[in-house]
Design a protein around this ligand. Structure first.
Ligand code: GLA
Length: 373
């Protein structure tokens, strides 16, 4: 078992007595490229990170415990805490006709919280996989992801797209995941950074964000208005010509979506040729578009992207929804120290919060843990 899985099992024993019936875990994610495209029916290219949330479950009891918060909640009513994610998953499974009997669950994890690395999708995915197995339902990964999204949209109340739940449930180690968010088809795309001597460096700007209180829903609504004005179902169907028929905010948001979808498809080609220089250029272009047209960047995210660019990274961009959270860079391995030091210094000079840096490797999606025999 992984460390987080052992921690969850241990928390279960301490809180509830006895052994958990099973343990599952699911990762957070970064998104390489394809931002704010998922809810427009477009393309995304996330990869899972080697940080996970684990859950140990058993039948009966009706309690949810988090080792990280050292808090116990009843499975019962929504209370605007972390417990709403597992509650929401149980609710969504019930709505879909999977009868969830009383259960107890203990969680432990090491996905940074509130940083835009999808700790919420990780807790949902781990819960969904665990409950499906605990109650003997044979639910495919894609369907589990859709149930998790339903939990987030209709129970927690955040109108997020499908990307994070798909990444957490379907990613494979050493690969990114190309998702067509309209057909919900997905395929692994090998991401061999080590052979190219590149590291995936993540900068957490420590500007906390919760999607519910940012401009996320507002961006979504503008995209819907733009699609309506063009007489199409989703901005996925728009092309550059169509943009001439839009103006103002709708034009800027749509221009980002149209160009970003094209960049994802180009990015896939560059990965096929292991052309990380070109891949990096697409990342910089994505960031500029998110900054200027989609207007979801922050001074902190821009500072990381600009400073890391001056220090020779292949590409850098904000990752996730923006409005704070994290940015990523593809950094030649020998330069990671130089880049992180320069960025930390630039943050200090600008009197921003001290950033936190991580190096992640593309990791496996949700898994049931092997039980010790
Ligand atoms: C958040 C949402 C995703 C996606 C991104 C932006 O992470 O949860 O569905 O919309 O923002 O790409």
């Amino acid at each position: 078992m992984r460390e987080t899985e052992q921690k969850a099992a241990c928390a279960y024993r301490e809180q509830f007595g006895g052994e958990p019936e099973l343990v599952a875990s699911a990762p957070g994610r970064i998104n390489l490229i394809g931002e704010h495209t998922d809810y427009n029916g477009g393309f995304v290219l996330p990869c899972a990170i080697d940080r996970r949330i684990a859950v140990a479950v058993g039948k009966g009891g009706g309690k949810l415990y988090s080792a990280d918060f050292d808090e116990t909640h009843e499975v019962g009513e929504k209370d605007d805490s972390w417990a709403d994610y597992p509650r929401g998953v149980a609710w969504a499974m019930g709505e879909a006709g999977y009868e969830i009997e009383p259960f107890r669950a203990a969680f432990a994890g090491d996905v940074p919280l509130g940083s835009g690395l999808s700790s919420s999708a990780a807790i949902e995915a781990a819960t969904a996989l665990a409950l499906g197995a605990l109650f003997g339902f044979d639910i495919g990964r894609k369907d589990l992801a859709v149930l998790c999204q339903r939990a987030e949209n209709d129970y927690v109340g955040v109108a997020s797209g499908i990307m994070d739940q798909y990444a957490s449930l379907l990613c494979e180690a050493g690969a990114a995941l190309l998702v067509d968010c309209r057909s919900l088809e997905a395929r692994s795309v090998p991401l061999d950074l080590a052979s190219a001597n590149l590291a995936l460096v993540v900068c957490d700007t420590r500007v906390e964000r919760g999607l519910a209180d940012t401009g996320y829903n507002d961006r979504r609504a503008t995209c819907e208005r733009a699609a309506q004005a063009l007489g199409i179902e989703e901005l996925r169907d728009a092309n550059e010509e169509d943009l001439h028929r839009l103006s103002g905010e709708e034009l800027r948001r749509a221009r980002h979506v149209v160009s970003e979808n094209a960049r994802v498809l180009e990015a896939i080609e560059t990965l096929g040729n292991s052309d990380f220089d070109e891949f990096g250029r697409l990342m910089f272009a994505s960031h500029a578009s998110l900054r200027d047209d989609y207007e979801v960047s922050t001074h902190e995210l821009d500072t990381f992207v600009e400073t890391s660019k001056q220090h020779g990274v292949r590409g850098a961009r904000l990752t996730g929804a923006g409005f704070g959270g994290c940015a990523i860079a593809l950094v030649p391995e020998a330069q990671t120290d130089e880049v992180t030091k320069a960025c930390a210094q630039a943050f200090a000079e600008a009197t921003f919060q001290e950033p936190v840096f991580y190096e992640f490797v593309p990791a496996a999606g949700a898994e049931l843990a092997e039980q010790p025999s």
